[in-house]
Design a protein around this ligand. Sequence first.
Ligand code: PGA
Length: 261
Amino acid sequence: MSRLDRLYIGTNTKMFKTASEAGEHIARLNELTRDIDDSRMTLFVIPSYTSLAQAVKVRGRVKIGAQNMGWEERGQFTGEISPLMLSELGVDMVMVGHSERRHVLHETDEEEQKKVACALGHGFTVLLCVGETLRQKEHNISDEVLAIQLKIGLELVRPEQLDRVMVAYEPVWAIGTAGIPADENYADARHAGIKDTLCGMFGEPGRDVPVLYGGSVNRGNCEPLIRKSNIDGLFIGRSAWDADNFSEIIHTVLPLFENRR
Ligand code: PGA
């Protein structure tokens, strides 16, 4: 059985929900997805740091991720959160390199690399986010940009750690309130390129790394996106923050995903 036999679907709640709101969201998601067997999908929520303790308490079937992580266990890094702190909370995943961290907070590929290696070394699953800017897309260098982000970001990943790596393709121009969702064919082609890069780096096991699409996914465009063979799952912002809306997306895409086989 391949890792890609199941759907990967999750949300990053950015700087939006308080701990009690995040707890309610996750509890409701558990309720609304009770009919879906665990073997069919990996469902995850990535809330803010201050919500993590509450989130793991009510997590049920939902995997809980941190939005960021420092790359040292301890030290003079005011404002950072270390892997030991996330381990103590029982967090399942760490997201690295979200577009807003790269472009608003100016994180570099070299920093993402250290975070990826550190998170894997501490036993977490890692979700590395990659994506090109509009300018890079217009220059026709999207695949090259994605390859650079993957080759640097995942350079220190050891073969035996690869089964804890996931990638989210999130074009910068497609994310958030000003975002324009990527056309499904464009997204599928970038996913194919990402998979080729992963194979080049890790050999055939690279094909088994789930690659999720993110950027203005909603109830209108989730269907064409999930019908695409290189899209292994969806990573959703705004449209997933209401649990009922998120559940409708899940219940729409899961059978379509399973019918692709
Ligand atoms: P969006 O966010 O779905 O609201 O565009 C996606 C993301 O930033 O992960």
